[in-house]
Ligand binder design. Structure first.
Ligand SMILES: *[C@@H]1O[C@H](CO)[C@@H](O)[C@H](O)[C@H]1NC(C)=O
Ligand SMILES: *[C@@H]1O[C@H](CO)[C@@H](O)[C@H](O)[C@H]1NC(C)=O
Ligand SMILES: *[C@@H]1O[C@H](CO)[C@@H](O)[C@H](O)[C@H]1NC(C)=O
Length: 283
């Protein structure tokens, strides 16, 4: 997860794929930790935590690097849980408790333990207070969607007056009315705009033997979140999984073809180099 000030410039929304990713284990726990990590960076009334600055060792001056730690099993925690399986926002197929997954109740007994300090449990009431009159956008793939759902369900449990809407091109969004806190999810697999590409009779890519693939404009944000920077106060990004999803971006049959300033990048780049280009442009 990273927070980035994005680049503007897209005009036309793309046609992103709608296929879902496989369920991911431990997603809820991951959410809690990552969210805490993200939001501690942006808390309005607190000074930036020291792990924000480089070269601070994990525990000097009471500072804590929340990214540096491990998962521990702790049977004593999370009862009652931050939210339960009745939260409507959880996808049916991903709702482990409602789906009777055998270890569903055990999963929430894992918690993230940073080395040298403790991560306090998420406090939804405090969070709502702290982020009054704020709008937070999650931009990314299903991992970020899970983060969003987890946060929504945890907040909804303590504040039920919610307006459902879709701000700024979001896939879904909610405002917690008593606090005027809006959270929204903007679906994008690659952050950059992309679509199918088919070769013509001439052109540099055709001359290199390419016939079919995906055109990825490394300098144009996906239309689903192009309006998000102007709308939200805080943006939380993720990308990664789809860059190595051969069922979609088959390296031989339908490779990723990167375009910059509207022209093909040559020689063609592998996905990891393309991802670097996208991140450079979106920073
Ligand atoms: C925090 O820990 C992570 C994971 O070990 C590491 O990548 C990062 O550089 C650390 N950050 C600081 C500021 O020390
Ligand atoms: C889970 O178990 C309950 C109780 O046995 C049952 O009523 C319910 O249909 C099951 N749910 C699924 C998705 O199998
Ligand atoms: C509600 O929050 C938004 C930011 O998300 C802010 O622009 C707006 O002024 C707030 N409304 C009120 C009535 O405070």
């Amino acid at each position: 997860m990273a927070t980035r000030a994005p680049l503007h410039g897209s005009k036309k929304p793309p046609a992103p794929s709608n296929s879902s990713l496989a369920p991911r284990a431990l997603i809820t726990l991951l959410c809690a930790v990552s969210l805490y990590f993200c939001f501690s960076l942006f808390r309005k009334d607190a000074p930036p935590p020291s792990f924000f600055y480089p070269v601070v060792p994990a525990t000097t001056n009471g500072a804590c690097n929340y990214s540096d730690g491990r998962w521990i099993y702790d049977p004593s925690i999370r009862s009652p849980p931050r939210y339960d399986h009745t939260c409507k926002e959880i996808f049916k197929g991903w709702n482990c408790i409602a789906g009777n997954k055998s270890n569903a109740l055990d999963i929430i007994k894992w918690r993230w333990k940073p080395h040298g300090c403790d991560l306090p449990p998420f406090d939804p009431s405090r969070f709502l207070e702290q982020f009054r009159d704020t709008s937070i956008g999650f931009v990314g793939d299903s991992l970020n969607r899970n983060m969003f759902v987890s946060l929504f369900c945890a907040l909804r449990k303590v504040s039920a007056e919610v307006k459902k809407w879709r701000p700024a091109g979001a896939d879904r969004g909610f405002t917690f009315l008593k606090y005027n806190l809006t959270i929204a999810y903007h679906r994008t697999n690659l952050l950059a705009r992309y679509g199918r590409w088919t070769g013509g009779t001439s052109g540099i890519l055709e001359s290199l033997g390419y016939k079919d693939g995906y055109r990825i404009d490394v300098d144009i944000p996906d239309g689903t979140w192009v309006a998000a920077p102007r709308f939200h106060d805080i943006l939380i990004f993720n990308t990664g999984h789809w860059w190595w999803a051969p069922s979609k971006f088959d390296p031989l049959k339908t490779p990723m073809l990167f375009f910059e300033n509207g022209v093909p990048v040559t020689p063609p780049l592998p996905p990891d180099a393309g991802l670097d280009m996208v991140l450079r442009h979106m920073v």
